[in-house]
Design a protein around this ligand. Structure first.
Ligand code: PRP
Length: 208
């Protein structure tokens, strides 16, 4: 039987994901976060983990280079790839929201929206029939309305602390997000047994 290849989003999600794997009885190499290696073999579980940037997880999985992926729903919505979403892993809970300075709330026509998620933002406003100019940024999105670069931001809100400490408010909550286990469509057929086994042990570990 072929081993399962799992693409995991580096960072916070990978830490929680590896904890969940351990709980599910899968032994994770100790050096997974200290080493510069990119592939980690878990021979006992017949699994290989690839550590990649979050936005690359859906790409590895869609191409079938990885059978499974662990990544945030924010990234899945942005990448909009053809994958199976198998399980809501519940950790990494946050939401997409529109936010800005309190006095801008009423003047939302023809606005400029800053975001790290331009594709999702475009689809979202198109579905509402609202014309907007999207400004793609790479981080510190909350700075955009403070400096006049944009009127609104579409960003992740987790605790709400960043908004609060910068005097911004939520205009609209869009969708709840969290980490997801996703699968390649063909692997779902060719590796069904192994995927089902992993899915069951992860589901059990989540219930414990
Ligand atoms: C994310 C997001 C917000 C912040 C929200 O940024 O873009 O800025 O976290 O979290 P909070 O509601 O708990 O304050 P991240 O930390 O990923 O850094 P970035 O600004 O570099 O994107």
């Amino acid at each position: 039987m072929a081993k399962l290849r799992v693409a995991m989003a580096k960072g916070r999600l990978a830490e929680e994901a590896t904890q969940l794997f351990q709980k599910a009885g899968i032994i994770i190499p100790e050096d997974i976060f200290s080493s510069r290696k990119l592939i980690f073999k878990l021979p006992e579980a017949d699994i290989e983990i690839f550590l990649v940037k979050p936005a690359d997880v859906p790409i590895y999985v869609e191409y079938g280079t990885a059978d499974l992926g662990i990544v945030g729903k924010d990234t899945l919505l942005e990448e909009n790839r053809s994958l199976y979403e198998l399980l809501d892993l519940k950790f990494g809970a946050c939401k997409f929201a529109l936010a800005g300075l309190p006095d801008k709330k009423k003047k939302l026509q023809q606005r400029k929206v800053a975001t790290k998620y331009p594709a999702f933002t475009r689809r979202y406003f198109r579905s509402k029939g609202e014309p907007v100019e999207i400004i793609k940024l790479n981080g510190s999105i909350e700075l955009a309305p403070l400096t006049g670069l944009a009127d609104t931001i579409l960003d992740i809100v987790e605790t709400g602390r960043t908004l609060k400490e910068n005097g911004l408010i939520i205009f609209e909550e869009i969708i709840d997000l969290s980490a997801r286990l996703v699968a390649n469509r063909i692997s779902m057929k060719t590796n069904k047994e192994q995927i089902d086994r992993l899915l069951n042990s992860i589901s059990r570990a989540m219930g414990d």
